[in-house]
Design a protein around this ligand. Structure first.
Ligand SMILES: *Cc1c(COP(=O)(O)O)cnc(C)c1O
Length: 391
């Protein structure tokens, strides 16, 4: 079935196809990018610095370090937390595969622990059971923008002397209790990919509280060089750089940062719109059998990066059939969050994770993005309801 085919509402007029996600653009991005290019400063310049400042202020962090994407941000944060070859890092398997790849990029081994079946986030008790002599860190994921239960993880880390790195890829704008994600004591890594809350095309950000560590991260993202291009350019004298340690190339460009600065201006509106559409879905789902709306823990305010529903195994239609039926109606959906240990890439992990496997099997994501109209959302709900009722 072609998702791009123009679809028709029962007897009504044509309805444009509805994608699963779509970045919200303010209209200013192209001009900002052009301005960055015209300035002649294309990478790691004043705009990256400006975006870092705006981001840190927004998430309540003392520092923010821009990177090429969230996966490099996670690898860098793990590296400066002391994770290296021979170490193990506890992660949820129910996550995007980048969570595990970031651990592997450090030469360490991801160890998968099960999730809480309600929140779909890493279960602190399961994480504790997975701790072994080589465990160095725990990486809770704020899955789909819902904060993990951080107090429990900080307690665990203190008792077992482990580092915490937060995979906050989807969590820009989320709160854990009254604290903003990014303002806690552990480094939090955000993604600026188009599927996330705001975008720079590709991009990542590490929010943290320690200025020395931030300085080290800025060095590591630029080949380990001890002086940035911007600092050298503005020095007014000859500066010979040094390389105190080995590094990466994880730089964000100034063109991306210019786009990011525009996007930051729309963040509040984006979050509000996502929350409104999510509340509409949740209210309507109460009337549709076999479908369970997302669980809402009282400790968190989420970003609604995605809207994930659970289809009961005794529903008259299977998940793939339901997704196909919706696609025939021009509505794109996706399966819910993947189980990393079920991929070929991580098949050797051999973990027993019943809650993870059930969630990966039974969940799906519905279209949710700021520019989704209420009329389009009603159409999604109507088709969804029909497909389930008619089997
Ligand atoms: C998207 C995502 C990532 C990877 O982000 P990139 O910017 O694409 O590297 C990592 N973890 C989670 C949970 C994600 O959703």
């Amino acid at each position: 079935m072609n998702a791009l085919a123009v679809t028709r509402r029962n007897g009504g007029g044509p309805v444009a196809p509805i994608p699963i996600a779509k970045p919200h653009l303010t209209g200013g991005e192209a001009a900002a990018a052009a301005e960055a290019i015209a300035s002649g400063w294309l990478s790691q310049g004043p705009r990256v610095q400006e975006l870092e400042r705006a981001f840190a202020e927004r998430v309540g962090a003392a520092q923010a370090v821009a990177t090429s994407n969230c996966t490099t941000a996670l690898a860098l944060a793990l590296h400066v937390s002391g994770v290296g070859p021979g170490d193990e890092v506890i992660v949820p398997s129910l996550s995007f595969i980048a969570t595990a790849n970031a651990v592997w990029h450090c030469g360490a081994t991801p160890v998968f622990a099960d999730i809480d079946p309600c929140t779909y986030n890493l279960d602190p008790a399961a994480a504790e059971r997975a701790i072994g002599p080589r465990t160095r860190a725990i990486m809770p994921v704020h899955q789909l923008g819902l904060p993990a239960d951080m107090d429990a993880f900080f307690d665990l880390a203190a008792r077992h002397e482990l580092a915490i790195v937060e995979d906050a890829a989807c969590a820009l704008g989320a709160f854990y209790r009254t604290a903003r994600i990014g303002s806690l004591s552990s480094p939090a890594c955000f993604s600026l990919h188009p599927r996330k809350v705001i975008t720079t095309g590709e991009g990542g950000m590490i929010a943290l509280q320690d200025a020395d560590l931030a300085q080290r991260l800025r060095r590591l993202r630029g080949h380990g060089m001890d002086v940035s291009d911007l600092a050298r350019h503005s020095a007014g004298e000859v500066v010979i750089e040094a390389y105190p340690e080995r590094g990466w190339n994880a730089r964000m460009t100034d063109v991306q940062a210019a786009v990011g600065l525009c996007q930051m201006g729309a963040l509040d509106a984006i979050l509000q719109r996502r929350a409104l559409l999510a509340a509409r879905y949740t209210a309507a789902l109460a009337e549709i059998p076999y479908l369970q709306a997302p669980f809402e823990p009282d400790y968190a305010t989420r970003t609604w990066q995605s809207y994930c529903v659970r289809l009961s195994p005794d529903a008259p239609i299977g998940r793939t059939e339901l997704m196909r039926a919706l696609l025939r109606d021009g509505i794109a959906t996706r399966r819910g969050v993947m189980a990393i240990h079920r991929t070929h890439a991580y098949a050797s992990a051999r973990a027993r994770l019943p809650h993870t496997e059930a969630a990966a099997r039974e969940t799906l994501l519905l279209p949710l993005y700021p520019d989704l109209t209420e009329q389009q959302q009603d159409y999604v709900l109507e088709r969804l309801s029909d497909a389930i009722r008619l089997g």
